[in-house]
Design a binder for this molecule. Structure first.
Ligand code: NAD
Length: 421
């Protein structure tokens, strides 16, 4: 139970941003005023979406999140109905025009500065390549926009912290994609922690990855910039910011990191079928100390073939039970259902170990994780309050990636100091 309470405290604790003052109207005080307020005409929240022609920007953010929200609308905390209107922003006029026509979107532009200067646009969203993010977010925050962004928020910790500071000083609502915590598998894993299922949590092991084709024969299924350090690529930078909030959100604060980052595949072929040298790491093997004596070990690789049920899986072991969570499923085994295998290499295994785990039921409709976080973030914007997964949380992710790479280069374990804004 001890660890359950600890991690619940971490996830529910107000972040440093809770002190932010946002100058927005408060709910009317008297019931009569509230009734008048609720019958107010629907408001429209205009969201500039930059990088929407990319893989994440298009599939997860536009298609799976904002377009369904445009259909359904949002209900703010005060009960009022709010419409959502995307404005597509990017570099290619042709692609944006086609996308706008296909989805019946009225506004698109290649001029980022114009949407940032437009007072009718309240939220700026960024899913561009990482290397472009700091400059774009800085401009949006300075213009007083609320910002929602993909991770990592910046290429360096200094810039990530600077963004968090700017957002705090500007008093805007800032949110950073923490999609893994909204995945059905991890929602159920977190539920087990909250219920005290594990007893004292001992360890977590994570396996993430799949084979990303080199691009010479079959085309690569990820963009080539992912494999060039000079363009913001690398699996440590990409995944450690996820693993930081996963460990914080499920188990507790990450205290140390030991990592080995490697480039297994030295040459890949880009979108124009031209060979290029891989300058970024394509696998990282990390060990983390988590508060309360928990040890986590996570392998991340784009050069591994999948012998798992899902592309990412986390196993948590505790004194009273264990669970294995993927993107969607979560299976658990309690102490009383734990078999007692005896090591004997001379005999074949007599038990079907996988059959001894019980499925954890959904018990709720678990929608697309990106969409769920968008809804929560937009409700936070409407209520003029901070979002729980903010730029400070994102900076801790960038910090873990930076320290992971340093640990790998120097071949030693590093402490993760607390970031104070
Ligand atoms: N949350 C997640 O699970 C997750 C998964 C993958 C990627 N991401 C993040 O999302 C962001 C976008 O990744 P993606 O996989 O969609 O990439 P992508 O290459 O498919 O898309 C990149 C987008 O940035 C735009 N762009 C702007 N300047 C560019 C430039 N100089 N070169 C190339 N593209 C440029 C492109 O037009 C495109 O819209 C990255 O920051 C990445 O870290 C998050």
């Amino acid at each position: 139970m001890e660890s359950a309470f600890r991690s619940a405290d971490i996830a529910n604790a107000p972040t440093a941003c809770s002190a932010v003052q946002v100058n927005r109207p408060r709910l009317p005080a008297s019931p009569a005023d509230q009734i008048r307020h609720l019958s107010m005409t629907t408001r429209t929240l205009r969201i500039a979406m930059n990088g929407v022609t990319g893989r994440m920007g298009y599939r997860q953010h536009l298609l799976r999140s904002i377009l369904p929200l445009r259909e359904s609308g949002l209900t703010a905390d005060d009960g009022s109905r709010v419409a959502v209107e995307p404005i597509l922003v990017g570099r290619s006029a042709d692609k944006l025009a086609d996308m706008a026509a296909e989805h019946g979107i009225e506004h698109w532009t290649t001029d980022v500065a114009s949407v940032i200067a437009d007072p009718s646009v309240e939220v700026y969203f960024d899913a561009q390549v990482t290397s472009r993010r700091f400059e774009a977010l800085t401009a949006a925050i300075k213009a007083g926009k609320h910002v929602y962004t993909e991770k990592p928020t910046a290429e360096t910790l200094t810039e990530a912290v600077e963004l968090a500071r700017m957002a705090q000083n500007a008093g805007i609502t800032a949110g950073v994609v923490h999609d893994k915590l909204y995945l059905p598998g991890l929602v159920k894993l977190r539920r087990l922690v909250d219920e005290g299922f594990f007893g004292r949590i001992l360890s977590m092991r994570g396996e993430f990855g799949y084979w990303v084709f080199e691009g010479d024969g079959q085309p690569a299924q990820r963009p080539s910039w992912n494999y060039r350090a000079q363009d913001g690529g690398g699996i440590t930078v990409d995944m450690f910011c996820h693993w930081n909030y996963v460990m914080e959100g499920i188990l507790g604060k990450v205290e140390t990191v030991t990592a080995k980052a490697v480039t297994h595949i030295p040459t890949r072929w880009d979108e124009a079928h031209q060979p290029y040298p891989v300058t970024a790491d394509d696998a990282v093997y990390g060990i983390f100390d988590i508060s309360g004596g928990i040890v986590a070990q996570i392998n991340s690789s784009w050069a591994v073939r999948v012998f798992r049920d899902e592309l990412v899986e986390f196993q948590v072991d505790g004194t009273h039970g264990s669970a294995v969570a993927g993107l969607r499923r979560c299976r658990a085994q309690h102490r009383v259902h734990t078999p007692k295998p005896v090591w004997n290499p001379d005999l074949p295994a007599t038990e079907q170990f996988r059959d001894q785990w019980l499925e954890v039921p959904d018990n709720a409709v678990l929608d697309n994780g990106f969409k769920l976080q968008w809804e929560e973030y937009l409700r936070d914007v409407l209520a003029a309050r901070p979002h729980r997964y903010d730029l400070l949380s994102a900076a801790r992710g960038v910090q873990l990636a930076e320290l992971g790479l340093k640990s790998s280069t120097e071949g030693r374990r590093l402490d993760v100091p607390e970031i104070v804004l």
